[in-house]
Design a protein around this ligand. Structure first.
Ligand code: SAH
Length: 368
C-alpha cells in the first residue's frame, strides 16, 4: 500500500496522523513549516526534528509533489506548468505576476464535465477529481520556483481556483487545500486572497458558505436564462434567479465582501448594450463586481472576441450605473495560458474529446 502523502492533509489532519503514530501535535506543525515555508520534502533535511522521528517518518509517510512535465514562460512573465498527476493525466497551473501581486491559477479536476461552450478545457472531456495533494502541490511547485517565503518574501500573494475543472464538484479536496493555502503554517494567504470560481452549483455555494471563508467568483457570462443555458449548460439545472439567491446568502454572511461575476466577452453573442442593461439589474441584487474577460480563442471554437471598443462601451454602461467593472487584461496568451485555454492532458472518460474532434474534422471538410 502507498504511504500517506503529507500534502493530502491540512493542519488538523496532519496532527491526527501524527497522533496515530504516537507523536505530539507540535511535531506535525514543525514538519508543515518545513514543507510550506522552506519547500523541503526530504525528512533528512528537517534539522530541528529529532533523528529518530525523521527515520520513523521516512519509513511510514512521504511528501510527494506533482511532477513537472513541462514548463514555459511567456514574454509577459506569465509562467505555466504542465504537471503530471498519474500515468496518463496532466493538468496546468499558471502564475501571473503583476506589480503589486502575484496570482496563481490552480486546477481542481483533470478536465471538466460541465461543457461550457466557450471553454477549451470542456473540449478535453473529464477524467477525475484531483486529490488534496495534487491541488496544494500546484501551489507548492510555483512557490518553490518563485522562492516564495510566507510573511517575508511573498511573491505568491493570491490563488484563484480558476484553472481546469469545477472546484465545487471536488468539494472536500478543494476546501482542504484552500485551508492549507490560508494556514500560517501553510502558505499564509489572507482569506480574501483565495478565490473559488464556480460555474454556479447552487447547493454547493451554500455548503461553501458554511464551511469556508474565501472569496467567491461566479462565472455568469450571460444576463438571461435563455442565453446562459446556451453558453453554460449547468444553467438549465440552476437558473440565474436561484444562482443570484445563493450569492445573496453567501454575501449575507460576509458583510464587507463582494462577489465577483465573470463575464467572457463573446462577439455578437453577449456583448450588446441590452445585455449590459440586463446585467445591471442582476448586479443590483447582490454586493458585486464584474470582471469582463475578453474571450481567448482556441482551435475549433465557433466564438470570437468582442472588439475592444465594444468591450469598453459595455464596461461604461455598467460603470455609469454604479456597477464596479474591470476588464481583465489578457495574460500569457502566447503560451496558451490565458483563461479558458488550459488543456493539460486528459484521458477522457466522457467521449467529449472524440466528439469535438469529429466536429472539428467535419467543419474542416465542410470548409474545404
Ligand atoms: N469551473 C469554474 C472554474 C474555471 S474558471 C468556473 O466556471 O468558474 C475559468 C474562467 O475562465 C471562467 O470564468 C470561465 O468561464 C472563463 N473562460 C473559460 N473559457 C474562456 C475563454 N476561452 N476565454 C476567456 N475566458 C474563458
Amino acid at each position: 500500500m502507498a504511504k500517506p502523502n503529507l500534502f493530502d492533509y491540512d493542519r488538523q489532519g496532519l496532527r491526527d496522523l501524527f497522533a496515530s503514530i504516537g507523536e505530539k501535535p507540535y511535531r506535525a506543525d514543525q514538519v508543515m513549516k518545513w514543507m510550506y515555508h522552506r519547500h523541503v520534502t526530504d525528512f533528512a533535511d528537517m534539522t530541528d526534528v529529532g533523528k529518530a522521528l525523521r527515520e520513523k517518518l521516512s519509513a511510514e509517510v512521504e511528501i510527494v509533489p506533482p511532477k513537472t512535465m513541462f514548463e514555459k514562460q511567456s514574454s509577459d512573465g506569465t509562467h505555466k506548468w504542465l504537471l503530471g498527476m498519474d500515468g496518463s493525466n496532466a493538468i496546468e497551473a499558471v502564475f501571473i505576476p503583476e506589480t503589486s501581486r502575484g496570482t496563481l491559477c490552480v486546477s481542481s479536476q483533470v478536465g471538466c464535465g460541465l461543457n461550457c461552450q466557450f471553454c477549451s478545457t470542456a473540449t478535453q472531456g473529464f477524467n477525475r477529481n484531483l486529490s488534496t495533494a495534487e491541488i496544494i502541490g500546484q501551489v507548492w511547485v510555483a512557490a518553490k520556483h518563485l522562492g516564495n517565503v510566507p510573511h517575508h518574501q511573498r511573491k505568491l500573494t493570491n490563488v484563484v481556483m480558476m484553472g481546469m475543472g469545477e472546484p465545487l464538484l471536488n468539494f472536500d479536496n478543494v476546501v482542504r487545500a484552500m485551508s492549507v493555502m490560508r494556514d500560517d503554517l501553510g502558505f499564509g494567504l489572507a482569506n480574501k486572497r483565495v478565490t473559488l470560481s464556480t460555474a454556479g452549483l447552487v447547493p454547493m455555494i451554500d455548503k461553501l458558505s458554511e464551511s469556508s471563508d474565501v472569496s467567491l467568483a461566479v462565472s455568469l457570462h450571460a444576463p438571461n436564462d435563455e442565453l446562459r443555458t446556451e453558453l453554460v449548460p449547468l444553467n438549465k439545472k440552476y437558473p440565474i434567479a436561484e444562482l443570484i439567491a445563493s450569492c445573496q446568502r453567501y454575501a449575507a454572511r460576509r458583510p464587507r465582501t463582494s462577489i465577483t461575476f465573470e463575464y467572457t466577452m463573446l462577439k455578437d453573442v453577449n456583448d450588446k448594450p441590452e445585455h449590459a442593461r440586463q446585467l445591471i439589474k442582476l448586479m443590483r441584487k447582490v454586493p458585486s463586481k464584474v470582471n469582463l474577460i475578453p474571450f481567448n480563442p482556441f482551435t475549433g471554437t465557433r466564438f470570437t472576441r468582442s472588439d475592444e471598443p465594444v468591450i469598453r462601451a459595455f464596461q461604461k454602461i455598467l460603470l455609469d450605473a454604479g456597477v464596479l467593472t474591470m476588464v481583465r487584461r489578457t495574460r500569457g496568451d502566447d503560451i496558451d495560458a490565458a483563461c479558458g485555454q488550459l488543456k493539460g492532458q486528459v484521458l477522457d472518460r466522457t467521449r467529449r474529446q472524440a466528439d469535438f474532434r469529429r466536429k472539428l474534422e467535419q467543419g474542416q471538410a465542410d470548409a474545404a
